[in-house]
Design a protein around this ligand. Sequence first.
Ligand code: G6P
Length: 605
Amino acid sequence: MCGIVGYTGTQNAAPVLLEGLKKLEYRGYDSAGIAVLNDGRISISKVTGRIAGLAEKTEDGRLLPGVTGIGHTRWATHGAPTEPNAHPHTSNDGRFAVVHNGIIENYMELREELTRKGYHFESETDTEVVVHLVEMYYQDNLKQAVMRTAARLRGSYALGIICADEPEKIFAVREASPLILGVGIGENYFASDVTALVAHTRNAIYLEDGEFAELTPDSITVFDCTGHIIQKRVSRITWDIQAAEKGGYDHFMLKEIMEQPRAVKATMAPRIKGSEIVLDGVDIDLKQINKIMITACGSAYYAGCAAKYAIEKLCRVPVITELASELRYSDPLIDEHTLLIVLSQSGETADTIAAMRECQRRGAKTLAIVNVVGSTIAKIADWCLYTWAGPEIAVATTKGYTTQLTVLYLFALYAAKKVETVDDSTWRKLLSALKALPKQIQQALDMNPGISQLAKKYHSTCSMFFIGRNTDYAVALEGALKMKEISYIHAESYAAGELKHGTIALICEGQPVIALCCNDSVSEKTMSNIVEVKARGAEVLAVAFRDNARIVSLADDMLYIPKIDPLFSAAVEIVPLQILAYHVAKENGCDIDKPKNLAKSVTVE
Ligand code: G6P
């Protein structure tokens, strides 16, 4: 998600920054910019689109002379990908410039405070508050101003800061966003990841959360958040560039699977304020809504299928899920009392856009849940809630799906409060359950080594069944899709109770069946289905809670997930299935990040 770079030394900074930003391109971005300090003034250049455009605009950096600078590639979150929203952002007096990775969760409060104090804002970003805070706190000491600014920020941030009055200095601040310092000779660097550093140096200092650093050409000083100097170890970067882009993982898919706790937290945390859920800009008159329709394609559709249970249970309103490619031609029963929820990672899926337009034509109100800011679906919806998953590069979605679920769960709780269908104490209990998701997803991720062993057992099959009931069935749909997409193994999801109506005829000796059994209200029933398939020779891998003692005696292999309310369990339950699909595909030598015949964004019908 975005990238930042910084340089202070004796070379012209701009070409070094441009080259560093190029190395970060793989992270995904939609605009870019650099700021260079020269002769007591800061010059800025920004573009929407590619780094190549920025290089052209600055004549490969020659138009911005100076030996100190910061740069940024932006992947839009707060505000569309426009030049004013691109970083670096500057203070009103032009003496400070800031680049930022991450999300400032309390930016709305800070923006109001700063506006009251007379600072004016040029962008819609959360970042701009940072540069005005630095200006406000600056009293001839940038270190103090940076420290006081960081103390006001909530959220995740890797910041790069320069000041016209303190030449040759760059400050780097880290809280819950990656930031690495590159140690050179007579020149120093920072960057979001090592790919931007290795061309210059393999000596690095890894900043920890709450630390910040002052870099000059000849020194790097690291401080804790109270301003005390900390001694840091210089590490040797041994990764090759390709591995570095993937954060050390073999594939983007695995990297993105592992990012889920952070992505879910980034999506959820800013929307939970104390014991309230705040969905910015959403002012749907829910009492006028008598039907919710969810539409999407692929995994986004399955996220809708899983969340349907939570919305119906909590809000007592019928929820119909419909594939966008079907909905668009189905003459749907929709009117102005229908809320259409549209899910899309890319925001550009052609079928989803067409279904949405058709429903809008019939009077439906539309709420989009989208990852890519400024995309078509985000723009044409009446309301939009962004998932803050960061760019997803692997074709098969993982963090896109879990963050969509997160927004839908937030919406279910938010709406239940509005329409008063849940009592206060249940509501609070559910909110706590929701807040625990990032930690529980992390616990599920910790099963990775065990699952890679299981993949060795299951990878050579030519077909798999995924069974479950209720919410478990919804997870089975996505689990089977993941397996198909990347391993090319035929995988069929089935409502466990339906097996006896046909599919059970296909169960024979050694047939792998993945049984999802995490919904207590139906787990006894699913276990009966496990007995039925076992009796016909199936090899059963069950996903369940540890307190389910009986299932251990039925299944051949077990994957335990942490105990969670079934209403929200899909976001955790899917994780071992994503990992299983990944390792099965890896065992089979498949092209995991770019599976054959598939595209990340399907912009044709
Ligand atoms: C493609 C992708 C899937 C995705 C689907 C919908 O098929 O490969 O991973 O779920 O499109 O995409 P969207 O961007 O609308 O979520």
